[in-house]
Design a protein around this ligand. Structure first.
Ligand code: NAD
Length: 326
């Protein structure tokens, strides 16, 4: 298939691109490089630097290329920023997404796999979280992703769009060539690496009095290659799936302290931790039920345990100490 991958210069998008190319697909990678890195884009993908808010640019791209499908990962995705500046999240994640859908429909492209998130659920009432659990986002990031899921359903009614939303829990890990490099970094595992490497003096642990087994937050970590694999499964079956949403998590969780312990073990380095207050809005535990994606798509993660996931990320980090900087 000829596939447009938006957000191809980002962490997950670069790995999705790598795996799709490995499957023999023809990839055009789109990104505005606001958060991604040109060097992360697989050399076999054609790269287009374009902002999703440039609707005319998107229409011209779709008119020039005949895409079979779109994998839509480009987004504003920093939760802290979404609390401070909700407008830009609605602009990029909703208006930008609508620009993409309009360009697709105008050129008869009717397959999209969308990067959604556990943040669509907000504070979960039950763990593990199933797909039809209540959705009450607690930040504009989750709200914008949920809104776009719903918007796609309207495009199905009007135009027969096939859409699969993958609600990722916590992405982690790396391939040999592509890993997580955000500036600023807000994700736990790379932050613990920074503390282990002495690049930050210590890492803040937000809350040690949560209702969890050791008092720290519990999250469900999925290897980025297993996330990419779910996109391939979804694309292969999208015409028969029609409209679906799947959680993408392991169905088991690790606490922040367990992550720190695993990083110490994998790196052989000390990590200085400063316990601090809870962050408002953080759920204590986020664990996916992944039964649906396992049974319907046949998804089966290759990286089942945290230490292996961290090991891949650490190897990438050591090989690329300056990330994608030349
Ligand atoms: N990392 C996670 O754990 C996680 C969890 C749940 C969902 N997600 C979702 O997965 C997707 C990828 O996440 P990531 O961690 O790789 O993030 P990322 O920031 O590394 O990648 C997002 C990419 O989108 C690009 N982008 C942002 N605004 C754009 C615009 N207006 N036009 C064109 N490109 C634009 C950025 O430059 C960046 O390269 C996002 O949609 C995110 O919401 C990620």
């Amino acid at each position: 298939m000829k596939i447009l991958v938006t957000g191809a210069a980002g962490y997950i998008g670069s790995v999705v691109t790598e795996l799709l190319i490995g499957e023999g697909h023809d990839i055009v990678g789109l990104d505005d490089l606001s958060g991604g890195h040109r060097g992360a884009v697989h050399p076999a993908a054609r790269f287009v630097e374009l902002n999703l808010l440039d609707g005319d640019g998107l229409k011209a791209l779709f008119a020039a290329e005949k895409f079979d499908a779109v994998v839509h990962l480009a987004a504003k995705a920093l939760i802290d920023e979404s609390v401070r500046n909700p407008g830009i999240f609605f602009q990029v994640n909703i208006t930008g997404g609508i620009n993409l859908l309009e360009a697709m429909i105008a050129n008869d492209v009717k397959r999209i796999v969308f990067s959604s998130t556990a943040a669509t659920y907000g504070q979960p009432e039950q763990i593990p979280i199933v797909e039809d659990a209540p959705k009450n986002p607690v930040n504009s990031y989750g709200e914008s992703k949920l809104a776009f899921e719903r918007i796609m359903a309207w495009y199905r009614r009007s135009y027969g769009l096939c859409h699969v939303s993958l609600r990722y829990f916590n992405a982690a890990g790396a391939t040999e060539e592509r890993g997580e490099w955000h500036v600023p970094e807000t994700h736990l595992i790379p932050i613990v690496f920074e503390a282990a490497l002495g690049e930050r003096e210590a890492m803040k642990l937000f809350g040690t009095d949560w209702e969890t087994r050791d008092g720290t937050c519990v999250r469900d970590y999925v290897h980025v290659v297993d996330i990419a694999g779910a996109h391939i499964l979804a694309l292969n079956q999208i015409d028969t799936l029609g409209a679906r949403a799947y959680n993408l998590g392991h169905g088991s969780g690790y606490s922040n302290l367990e992550v720190i312990k695993a990083v110490r073990k994998v790196t052989g380095r000390e990590v200085k931790v400063i316990p601090t207050d809870r962050r408002p809005g953080d759920p204590a535990t986020l664990i996916a039920s992944s039964d649906l994606i396992r049974s319907e798509l046949g998804w089966s993660p290759k990286y089942p345990d945290l230490e292996t996931i961290i090991d891949t990320a650490w190897r990438w980090r050591q090989k690329h100490p300056r990330g994608y900087a030349k």
